[in-house]
Design a protein around this ligand. Structure first.
Ligand SMILES: Nc1nc2c(ncn2[C@@H]2O[C@H](COP(=O)(O)OP(=O)(O)OP(=O)(O)O)[C@@H](O)[C@H]2O)c(=O)[nH]1
Ligand SMILES: [Zn+2]
Length: 219
């Protein structure tokens, strides 16, 4: 259970105990000092002034409200609990005993260094160990970690960790293929660069299974 303490100015001090984070290992879910919406909106006004514009002009008046609302969407993964997402499994699969591969799960994340979009796809596979999980839950796990401030490596490891920890499969494979706006829209300005990260665990470390995984991902 999250403890939420009210501060004198109305903002929330939200303390997430370690054992309630639901994180599987790499865990970058911090204990957060969550500001009030008013404080967050004021921060957006500060950034507008930092950009060189006037937050009181008509076109920008509602922008802080829109941005804080958008942030709730961009970063909703902090409220997700991977243990809960993967808690329901099914054993009645008529002896199905091969890998399950989800190819092309949409990834919409934000880079933790520049807070700009990281967009791409994830391929997630696991080798069942007596039970299977609803396929949508694997996409939900990707979302739970993507909708945070991330590095691609951390996100990839966290997805694999969660599936390994809560499903206990014979193996798990996670590949993320994404473009980073911080490399295309600013800084070095190289567009069309795809960063590929991968985690192969358990039976997917065997060359044979890895090859079968890639065969399925490539269709
Ligand atoms: N490994 C890794 N690096 C990332 C990821 N997202 C962004 N970066 C990199 O994080 C680095 C941050 O480098 P810094 O030198 O601290 O920041 P910077 O001055 O803005 O760097 P430049 O982007 O080179 O202008 C950059 O090289 C980014 O390309 C990621 O998911 N994984
Ligand atoms: Zn970045």
């Amino acid at each position: 259970m999250d403890a939420v303490l009210e501060r004198a100015n109305g903002s929330e001090l939200k303390v997430i105990p370690d054992d309630a984070r639901g994180d599987a290992g790499a865990g970058n879910t911090p204990r957060v000092l969550k500001p009030s919406r008013a404080e967050a909106e004021e921060a957006v006004r500060t950034l507008i002034r930092w950009a060189g514009d006037d937050p009181t002009r008509e076109g920008l008046l509602d922008t802080p409200k829109r941005v804080t609302k958008a942030y709730q969407e961009f970063f909703k993964g902090y409220g997700d609990d991977p243990a809960d997402i993967l808690s329901r499994t099914f054993e009645e699969v008529a002896g199905y005993d091969d890998m399950v591969v989800l190819r092309g799960i949409k990834v919409e994340s934000h880079c933790e260094h520049h807070m700009v979009p990281v967009l791409g796809t994830a391929h997630v596979a696991y080798m069942p160990n007596g039970s299977v999980v609803g396929i949508s839950k694997l996409a939900r796990i990707v979302e739970a970690y993507a909708k945070r401030l991330q590095t691609q490596e951390t996100m990839t490891a966290q997805i694999a960790d969660a599936i390994e920890k809560y499903l206990k499969p014979k193996g798990v494979a996670v590949v993320v293929d994404a473009t980073h706006s911080c490399m295309s829209c600013r800084g070095v300005k190289h567009s069309d660069v795809y960063t590929i990260t991968r985690q192969f665990r358990g039976c997917f470390r065997e060359a044979d299974q890895e090859r079968r995984f890639w065969d399925m991902v490539r269709g």
